[in-house]
Design a protein around this ligand. Structure first.
Ligand SMILES: [Zn+2]
Length: 98
């Protein structure tokens, strides 16, 4: 059974824009794609999800980069990097919030 979901932005019940079936191995899988009934809102949601995805991906890349950088550094040097980064982020966060 497919449960209707709500739009994350406006809360309207999302409508199914696309339903298709694919054979996966020996079983048939039905896929559905749902969108907001408001096309303008749907565009915004897509943008929001894309941004969120980009932020998450960037965070992962940053984390890997930091881990590589920190390898071999002393604990004190590591702490200084973390503090500097936190300060940088809080400034950027304030800029974004405005
Ligand atoms: Zn919506």
């Amino acid at each position: 059974m497919i449960k209707a979901t709500q739009c994350i932005r406006c809360g309207k019940a999302r409508v199914f824009s696309k339903t298709w079936s694919e054979n996966v191995g020996t079983s048939q899988v039905t896929y559905t794609q749902s969108v907001c009934p408001d096309p303008v809102c749907q565009k915004e949601v897509e943008l929001l999800l894309k941004n969120r995805h980009d932020v998450a991906v960037n965070r992962i890349h940053e984390s890997i980069r930091r881990r590589k950088e920190n390898r071999g550094k002393s604990l004190l040097a590591r702490r200084a990097t973390i503090l500097a980064k936190a300060r940088e982020n809080s400034v950027a966060g304030r800029k974004l919030a405005v």
